[in-house]
Design a binder for this molecule. Structure first.
Ligand code: FAD
Ligand code: NAI
Length: 467
């Protein structure tokens, strides 16, 4: 039987949909299999997009309630949670519809149902109702993403004990929210509900927040979140959650020993990480190997151990970020089309969309020390930036880390309003192996927050002007 497709992508998240579009643009006959009724995966449906809608609107509410008065604007905001959630849902719909439009535009066939790899070159699609279909193809890309990791002994019901999915659609503002995990989800969604009025306690196993990020950045961020009213219980583990008539009782105890305690909550958000999702894919039968952490094992060019089967995104190793998945999708499509697709893993920015935002690209100080790389650090605080003062956005700083000998920028870390936008000038610089001096000598418009990035580069290379 001749192959019906050049490529079948299983999963339509940022990895899968970008892969399918690039493959179709490069002339491959492409199909996508998605089990959800809408395209866009975790990111568009229950991840990046709805969380950013709520982060924006809840921040507007907080600004109106507590920020405007200092600017001479007197308002008393009233929360209409239903309308706020409706804005989030409208944003999601526009984005998932956008992907459907792009699939049509690029003549990509779509199949709704669970995709199972029968063998290399053959995919079965099982819709919720009706008969399964079998499709033949030259190549298969697994882009099935991830799901939230369970906390043993604590059952998520998405009503009272929620994962991020339930936390994006609470019908009312909880009085007391206990968040398990001080990672990105815990801090972003904890911030949303705190701004809307919840008393938020974040319980974290480790003795720091945001593991993996630069230690100085995490410390500063924790100080700012604490000032905003988030209570942190670090070095603490949750041992159980009991449901009582009045609400939930969360049992916690210090990791290093000590007295156990119970925290009251009306909602508990479990945000202790995500794990690859490969259920129903038939990987074992198809002989596709997983690594020690349950991720699809890939070698060079995103190849699995089975010829003709590739994997990308959250389902494989690496940071679980939408743009990492997208870039891998583009790279594998280009490879399948005979080009030299490539992802530069040294330059993948990461942004925590709290207020202030936290944005990083490249190495942390801890990374550099561990690797024995001599570096210079240049720092500049937003409190010395004119635009930040005008906007009452003086919290945070920029830190540029440059190689001691060559001056090449190895890492940039920003805590500050709009850090998620500012980080990209550092990413472009690093993509071209630029030096701190290059950034320091690049004219920056005045007055902008980005001038702080330039000043931090000046500090790493020679001396800043404004401190
Ligand atoms: P996914 O987006 O998970 O997509 C996989 C798709 O495959 C899903 O639609 C699933 O239904 C489908 N699927 C799975 N198995 C099958 C099957 N057998 N057959 C058919 N279909 C199947 N990242 C960022 O970079 N920035 C952010 O701001 C951000 N915010 C986030 C907020 C939250 C609350 C969460 C949970 C995540 C967030 N992320 C963010 C992470 C981001 O969502 C993921 O990194 C990204 O979605 C991974 O893309 P992917 O294509 O690998 O998988
Ligand atoms: P995470 O890995 O960022 O953080 C999980 C936290 O939970 C860690 O600090 C960990 O030490 C802690 N933890 C683990 N087990 C615990 C336990 N039993 N008790 C208490 N704490 C425990 O995971 P998170 O926040 O769930 O997010 C998952 C992934 O989704 C992230 O890694 C990120 O890649 C992605 N994401 C990205 C966003 C962005 O880019 N803005 C936003 C949201 C998610």
């Amino acid at each position: 039987m001749p192959d019906t497709y050049d490529l079948i992508v299983i999963g339509s998240g940022p990895g899968g949909y970008v892969c399918a579009i690039r493959a179709a643009q490069l002339g491959l006959k492409t199909a996508v299999v998605e089990k959800r009724p809408t395209f866009g995966g975790t990111c568009l449906n229950v991840g990046c997009i709805p969380s950013k809608a709520l982060l924006h609107t809840s921040e507007m509410f907080e600004q109106a309630a507590h920020g405007f008065a200092d600017f001479g604007i007197k308002v008393k905001p009233e929360l209409d949670l239903e309308a706020m959630l409706a804005h989030k849902d409208k944003t999601v719909k526009a984005n998932v519809d956008g992907v459907a439009y792009l699939f049509k535009k690029n003549k990509i066939d779509t199949f709704e149902g669970v995709g199972r790899i029968v063998q290399a070159g053959e995919v079965e699609v099982r819709p919720e109702k009706g008969e399964a279909t079998r499709l033949s193809t030259k190549a298969i890309v697994i882009a099935t993403g991830s799901e939230s990791a369970p906390l043993p002994g604590v059952e998520v019901d998405e009503k009272k004990i929620v994962s991020s999915t339930g936390a994006l659609k609470l019908g009312k503002v909880p009085e007391k929210l206990v968040v398990v995990g001080a990672g990105i989800i815990g801090l972003e969604l904890g911030s949303v509900w705190r701004r809307l009025g919840a008393k938020v306690t974040v319980v974290e196993f480790l003795d720091r927040i945001l593991p993996g990020m630069d230690g100085e950045v995490a410390k500063q961020a924790q100080r700012l979140f604490k000032k905003q009213g988030i209570d942190f219980r670090l070095g603490t583990k949750v041992t159980g959650v009991e449901t009582e008539k009045k609400g939930l009782r969360v049992s916690v105890e210090p990791v290093k020993g000590g007295d156990a305690e119970k925290l009251d909550a009306d909602i508990v958000l479990v945000a202790i990480g995500r794990r690859p999702y490969t259920a129903g894919l038939g990987l074992e039968e198809a002989g596709v190997a997983l690594d020690e952490r349950g991720r699809v094992a890939t070698a060079k060019d995103y190849k699995t151990n089975v010829e003709g089967i590739y994997a990308i995104g959250d389902a494989i190793a690496g940071p679980m970020l939408a743009h990492k998945a997208e870039d891998e999708g583009t790279a594998v499509a280009e490879i399948l089309a005979g080009q030299k697709g490539h992802v530069n893993y040294e330059v993948i920015p990461s942004v925590v969309y709290t207020e202030p935002e936290i944005a990083v690209v490249g190495r942390s100080e801890e990374d550099l020390k561990e690797a024995g790389i001599a570096y210079r650090s240049g720092k500049f605080p937003f409190s010395a930036n004119g635009r930040a003062r005008a906007m009452n956005a003086t919290d945070g700083f920029v830190k540029v880390l440059a190689d001691e000998k060559t001056d090449q920028v190895l890492g940039v870390h920003i805590v500050g309003r709009g850090a998620g936008e500012m980080i990209h000038e550092a990413a472009v610089l690093m993509e071209f192996s630029g030096a701190a001096e290059d950034l320091a000598r690049t004219c920056h418009a005045h007055p902008t927050m980005s001038e702080a990035v330039r000043e931090a580069a000046m500090a790493a290379w020679f001396k800043p002007i404004h401190i």
